[in-house]
Design a protein around this ligand. Sequence first.
Ligand SMILES: Cc1cc2nc3c(=O)[nH]c(=O)nc-3n(C[C@H](O)[C@H](O)[C@H](O)COP(=O)(O)OP(=O)(O)OC[C@H]3O[C@@H](n4cnc5c(N)ncnc54)[C@H](O)[C@@H]3O)c2cc1C
Length: 254
Amino acid sequence: MNKETLTLIVDHIREIAPGVRHIGFRRQDGKTLVVKPGQFITLLLPSEGEEVVRRNYSIATIPASSDPEVEIDLIEIALTYVNHGFASERLFSIKTGETLDMMGPSGRLLFFHEHKPPRRLILVATGTGVSPYRAMLPQLARFLTEDNTREIVLLFGIRTPHHVLYHDDFVTFAQQNQRFSFHCCYSREMPSNPSVCDHAGYVQTFLQTFPLEAAEDIVYLCGNPAMVDEAYTHLKACQFSIHTVRREKYLSAR
Ligand SMILES: Cc1cc2nc3c(=O)[nH]c(=O)nc-3n(C[C@H](O)[C@H](O)[C@H](O)COP(=O)(O)OP(=O)(O)OC[C@H]3O[C@@H](n4cnc5c(N)ncnc54)[C@H](O)[C@@H]3O)c2cc1C
């Protein structure tokens, strides 16, 4: 991780779903931030005592290029409100123009460069766990255009149809990239007119019915820790290994 502390200014705030806020920051010094899509920032939140509380948030910004390392001037995150959560209370009351300190970026949920690309990528997320995939969209487009046998499947776990985060970005991506498909799994409420890509229940339950190919697929899991653990248990039973599954669990830093 980059240990330097940077100060961010809140540029804009949007409610993107019930209990989910999108916040765009810029660096106070006016510089860009160098990131690898898929990484997160660590916000440093002052508390009443001396201690600074650290919380990690995936960078959701769609970069301008498909390079493995990019410069961004707008640092976007999506944040789920957690009842009485320390950071949630602070970040759901923050206003445009206020400042916050951060460290990073860091994280290893990156689009792979070092290994032979798989034929198919399966991206599994719950809620704001979709943010790193949004940041990877240019790399995902490149992955598809480099070889016309490749496919990408996004399996998105959410509560209701109102919780499909960054819907327009993924729908536009699907329209522009025919070998990208997008399934939503609703744990509480289905759409009134469901399509063949809408499913009732948890995304990890849907994954168990999804035809997997351990020799051809790489799976990414991001978001709720229980989802990541249950999905990984299933993937191991299907002959996947730590080399073919990438995981990021959304836990509070200690
Ligand atoms: C690498 C990484 C990336 C992350 N990226 C994101 C992101 O992009 N967006 C995002 O919203 N979060 C993200 N998180 C989670 C985030 O860092 C915080 O843990 C989260 O915002 C809750 O912090 P809090 O201070 O509000 O709650 P806390 O004060 O830490 O928790 C309050 C209570 O709520 C429980 N709790 C904590 N999180 C949840 C939850 N998600 N659902 C239900 N109960 C919970 C705790 O166990 C505790 O009892 C990420 C975590 C990691 C490790």
